[in-house]
Write a protein that binds this ligand. Structure first.
Ligand code: FMN
Length: 242
């Protein structure tokens, strides 16, 4: 008898653990469906409505119990702007009660993104796109999860697998339109993996090393940005997200 399938048990066990929220909700909904099928025959319409309302409340409570608790922030930064935003997000998420791990993109290549309830990926915009280290990270993970048959057609949203995209940009020529391709590219990566993308945050950052780009561009004088106010706002948004 072939026993090679035994070797895949640890990987399966890990997947079940990572998707415990999904498993619990699916079991819960299965039980409810059976309950309703019996109840339709036994209960009056009024009692049936009460039961529906109670189950709706129970689902909300369960979702609250299973809320996000750990987050991973991955970022790349050449001149420090994106790093400042990443640190502000960390502060906000921690203040919101999450356990946060933060890593530069080069150190995060081995991370299993499904180990976290919230994954934030931050990047500067270089020539309207994410820079090569971020592209490499995305391509490598995309390949890895496709090879592991984790990418489905179409990609269903998983319970409690959330993502946040954040980009810093200077927009010297055409403002935020220079940043959108980078943000959207990162977004679709998460959506392929079934993550629910909670936001795309575009933060203005000084164009270090090009004074004209930082003072005479589409967004005016952006020297010193992201500044204290920008970062306070980011922190606030991160608290709300948590
Ligand atoms: C080589 C280079 C190319 C850039 N290209 C763009 C661009 O196409 N659009 C834009 O809005 N900003 C561009 N920027 C500005 C950066 O996106 C911006 O300064 C960003 O905040 C830098 O983030 P960092 O400090 O984390 O590296 C460019 C910067 C550099 C150095």
């Amino acid at each position: 008898m072939r026993l090679s399938w035994l070797a895949s048990i640890p990987a399966w066990a890990k997947r079940v653990q990572q998707r415990r929220h999904w498993t619990l909700l699916t079991v819960f909904e299965g039980i409810l469906r059976i309950l309703f099928k019996c109840a339709v025959k036994l209960l009056s319409p009024k009692k049936l409505r009460q039961l529906q309302y109670a189950s709706f409340r129970a689902r909300l409570v369960l979702k609250e119990v299973l809320r996000m608790n750990n987050a991973l922030i991955i970022y790349f930064s050449r001149t420090g702007n994106t790093e400042k935003v990443a640190l502000a997000i960390r502060k906000g998420l921690e203040r919101g009660g999450l356990k946060v791990t933060i890593k530069r993109v080069e150190e995060a290549i081995e991370e299993d993104l499904y180990d976290y309830d919230l994954v934030c990926l931050g990047s500067p915009v270089l020539h309207s796109l994410p820079p090569p280290p971020v592209l490499k990270f995305i391509r490598k993970n995309d390949r890895r999860y496709r090879d592991a048959r984790e990418v489905y057609v179409p990609s269903p949203k998983m319970v409690n697998k959330n993502a946040l995209v954040f980009c810093t940009y200077s927009g010297p020529h055409c403002g935020i339109h220079e940043a959108l391709p980078a943000g959207k590219y990162i977004r679709q990566f998460f959506e392929h993996l079934g993550f629910d993308v909670k936001g795309e945050w575009y933060e203005v950052g000084e164009f270090h090393g090009w004074e004209q780009g930082s003072t005479k561009g589409m967004l005016g004088d952006i020297r010193g940005r992201p500044n204290v106010e920008d970062l306070a706002l980011v922190e606030l948004k991160a608290i709300q997200l948590a």
